[in-house]
Design a binder for this molecule. Structure first.
Ligand code: PLP
Ligand code: ZN
Length: 482
């Protein structure tokens, strides 16, 4: 394996952890220099290999390294760090929601990863690589460092803590721009946590300075090992749908653009090796409040496209609130390659309103899903893509719910309590609101309290009155005795 520079095409060995080209400073991608060997194995044989591995109990082959030859053939299996990431379920939406939306679709619940976001896929790869360097003596200690909109730091801190004491971690977060749940994660894993004024883009600059100047291991998606691990998302979709992707479309939110890079790259590798015979459509979604990638592709003529970073505004898709995505050069390269291989346009970008993100997230979750705001963003993106004819009713769509709903429950609270700050531009729809009801009948003299239970008649009347109140509010009918 080797790093390839996307700027000058130079190749570098993997004995050292590189983030950008030492020569021209462009971002890198990892490549397997013997990829041609993989192409000699028939696609059908690969299906058997992956399907067989699915039945094995060896930990290293249970997660993303089930696709070892594609994820990191240079990493020996005994260096693999497996914390239960990957193999997340693709759950078909219920009939009611599919009808409302207008086509068949699934949520692939990447919030069911160990730190509750898809970031664990890339982190398992990055930390397995670091573990490999430690084991073969190329490194003796590491300080792993990252900037984050919340989930990267949660994941980095978790995987680093597994490799104590040789690996320690420090994370930089934009002050008050991550949710309390996300902040609790690296704290709980024992990482050093630094809060920085500004937004993610500011944190990223500081972390880049640190990694350029000091001896630290950068765990942001600039680190191409992260991209490699995240490609497992595409491999799993291929396997989940029995390698038939002709009618499929995959929808992902775009923030720093590492994920969409990985998703494209993964499908390209499976396509080149004949494991899948069609490249699925890919739709990248951005909020109107953080939409630099969408804006870039608004210009139809590739020659005239110019990337312009944007100043982000508050977004409920907070993990994607990024104005200057690090992986933009990778995206540009891969979109071109993807469409070329497909023989027609197969990658699209759409933009959605903050309102649509929240409304669709809540609607999804009222129908048995566990989508985070970014999952809501993908569903909102699906609706827009359908409206614009990018998708039609014959397509079967896989939405990336990139994190667990619980990480972003604060936005649900704001929606339900009608306390969204104005700059989000969200007006709650009453039909989607929900509130707890305190049941405390006025006529009851005594109520139980923690440590002070009621007894006897007091307890009896408490139970009777509270039940009556609930039955009244729910309009329950009495059971009739036969
Ligand atoms: C990181 C993240 C994103 C954005 O992914 P990128 O790779 O930065 O484009 C979206 N949703 C969630 C929940 C995330 O944690
Ligand atoms: Zn270069």
């Amino acid at each position: 394996m080797a790093y390839r520079c996307l700027g000058c095409d130079r190749i570098y060995g993997i004995e050292k952890l590189l983030y950008t080209c030492p020569d021209c400073r462009e971002v890198l991608l990892l490549e397997d220099q013997r990829f041609d060997q993989l192409m000699k194995i028939p696609g059908k044989t690969w299906h058997k290999i992956f399907d067989y591995r699915k039945m094995l109990t060896q930990p290293a082959l249970r997660g993303i390294y089930r696709y070892h030859e594609f994820i990191g053939p240079a990493i020996p299996l005994d260096a693999v760090v497996y914390l239960g990431e990957g193999h997340t379920p693709a759950i078909e939406a219920n009939e009611r929601l599919q009808k409302e939306v207008g086509l068949r679709f699934y949520f692939k619940n990447d919030g069911q990863n160990p730190s509750a976001s898809f970031k664990d896929r890339g982190m398992a790869s990055a930390l397995s690589y670091i573990n490999y360097l430690l084991r073969c003596g190329h490194l003796s200690e590491v300080l792993a460092i990252c900037a984050s909109t919340g989930d990267t730091s949660a994941s980095a801190a978790l995987y680093a803590s597994y490799l104590q004491p040789q690996v320690k971690s420090a994370v930089l977060l934009p002050h008050k721009k991550v949710t309390p749940q996300q902040l609790s994660q690296p704290l709980g894993s024992g990482a050093r946590v630094f809060e920085i004024p500004g937004v993610f883009d500011d944190c990223m600059k500081v972390v880049e300075r640190l990694s350029d100047t000091f001896n630290v291991a950068l765990l942001n998606s600039k680190n191409s090992w992260r991209i490699l691990g995240q490609e497992s998302y595409s491999y799993e979709i291929s396997q989940d749908f029995e390698y038939e992707l002709g009618d499929k479309a995959v929808v992902v939110p775009i923030g720093n653009a590492g994920n969409i890079t990985a998703v494209m790259s993964g499908f390209i590798k499976f396509f080149k090796t004949g494991i899948i015979s069609t490249l699925p459509k890919i739709i990248g979604v951005q909020s109107e409040h953080a939409n630099p990638v969408y804006r870039y592709y608004l210009e139809p003529d590739p020659q005239k496209r110019r990337f312009v970073p944007v100043t982000v505004r508050p977004s409920v898709a907070q993990a994607a609130m990024i104005g200057n995505p690090v992986s933009m050069p990778r995206v540009i390269r891969l979109v071109e390659q993807y469409n070329e291989l497909a023989g027609c346009r197969r990658v699209f970008t759409v933009e959605v309103s903050e309102q649509a993100i929240m409304d669709w997230q809540l609607t999804a979750n009222r129908n048995g899903n566990i989508a985070c705001t970014h999952g809501g963003e993908t569903l909102a993106g699906l609706a827009v893509a359908l409206e614009q004819g990018i998708l039609n009713s014959a397509d079967v769509v896989v939405l990336d719910s990139t994190a667990h709903a619980l990480k972003f429950s604060g936005f649900q609270d704001m929606y339900f309590s009608g306390h969204f700050p104005e700059e989000f531009e969200i007006v709650p729809d009453r039909r989607l609101m929900n509130h707890p009801v305190l049941v405390r009948p006025e006529d009851l003299k005594k109520m139980p309290a923690p440590g002070k239970p009621l007894t006897g008649l007091d307890f009896e009347s408490f139970v009777r009155r509270v039940s009556e109140e609930i039955a009244r509010m729910l309009d329950l009918k009495r059971m009739t005795s036969e």
